[in-house]
Design a protein around this ligand. Structure first.
Ligand code: ADP
Ligand code: MG
Length: 318
């Protein structure tokens, strides 16, 4: 869906992004991570041509991005920023409706779409449709920002640290929201963050940048089990190596609720003693496993595992 071939961006003599190569598949959640100033925002903005590239090629739907009219890029690629700038004098509905209106959707279609979007993130349409942004909490505003990017149903969404200005609790709840939403809508998402826990939890694959260059691209499991060099190892340092070696499926589900019966699904059943590496193997083909135990079977998701393995700023999540 999106491909970078030897892409560089120079400001004067300095490279902000240097010789970057990657391919984002359709429906993939691709995370770009790295320290401040490493070139994440520049990489993202080159995709929808908010920043022109200096060298190399970027392809969108197999065509060089230079061949698309700018308006088409903006319509086909939703964009979510760290601080959503909603228009303060426009209602939530009017804010979300902008791109569909530009694209000439009928009022009826727009109204139905807005209600559908609000329901997808559990904001009651009757309650929120006609509110002004000032009446919303920070977390609710970010949710609206995500919905606005989704409004005209673009195949691709770019997100630049969309949750980093939120408190840890709202951040976690929006991350969970977005994971659930993505299961339903299966967009191609390029998501920028500097938070390794967020990257491990959200990403199908992660691309780690350092001073404009790619250090490693791989799945969360690959980052944890085979970091390519010391920089990668240091960057994922927050994740507890001891837990990686010692923890079992039983430890992880200890505080999760049990089910009364095993749901009819293709989720594999595992025993309490299953180790992390074995779980990684299951999660390469399934979203959830069922952990058998004395107090009943418990579902364990890939996100539960990464939450367990990482710590957040509010302290231990374990
Ligand atoms: P990140 O999003 O990872 O924090 P950026 O992509 O914003 O990093 O910036 C990458 C590098 O490019 C930084 O060193 C930054 O100072 C530099 N840079 C970004 N924009 C400009 C600009 N308009 N002019 C000159 N240098 C810039
Ligand atoms: Mg940035």
């Amino acid at each position: 869906m999106i491909e970078f071939k030897n892409v560089s961006k120079k400001y004067g003599e300095d490279y902000a992004v240097e010789d970057v190569n990657f391919k984002v598949e359709e429906g993939e959640f691709f995370v770009i991570i790295g320290p401040s100033g490493c070139g994440k925002t520049t990489t993202l903005k080159m995709i929808n041509r908010l920043i022109p590239l200096t060298e190399g090629y970027i392809y969108f739907k197999e065509q060089p991005i230079s061949e698309f009219p700018l308006y088409e890029m903006r319509w086909d690629i939703g964009y979510v920023l760290q601080q959503i700038a909603l228009f303060p004098h426009m209602t939530i509905k009017e804010n979300i409706a902008q791109v569909p209106e530009m694209k000439g959707w009928k009022n009826k279609e727009i109204d139905a779409r807005i209600d559908e979007l609000l329901e997808m993130v559990d904001l009651e349409p009757g309650k929120f449709r006609n509110r002004l942004p000032g009446e919303l909490s920070g977390g609710q505003k970010q949710r609206i920002g995500v919905l606005r990017a989704l409004a005209a149903d673009p195949p691709v969404i770019l997100m630049d640290e969309p949750f980093s200005a939120l408190d840890p609790i709202s951040r976690e709840s929006l991350q969970d929201d977005l994971i659930e939403l993505q299961k339903k809508i299966k967009k191609t998402v390029v998501f920028v963050t500097h938070d390794i826990q967020e990257a491990l939890k959200m990403g199908d694959r992660i691309c780690l940048l350092n001073k404009g260059r790619v250090e490693q691209i791989g799945t969360p499991e690959e980052f944890l089990t085979s970091p390519k060099n010391d920089f990668v190892r240091d960057f994922i340092g927050d994740v507890d190596g001891y837990l990686m070696k010692q923890a079992t499926a039983g430890d992880i589900v200890k505080n999760l609720p049990a089910l009364y019966e095993v749901p009819a699904s293709d989720s594999p059943e595992v025993v309490q003693e299953t180790d992390i590496n074995t779980l990684f193997k299951y999660f390469s083909t399934h979203d959830t496993v069922i952990v058998a135990g004395e107090d009943g079977p418990k579902p364990l998701s890939r996100q539960d595992l990464f939450k367990y393995l990482s710590k957040n700023e509010s302290g231990d999540v374990r």
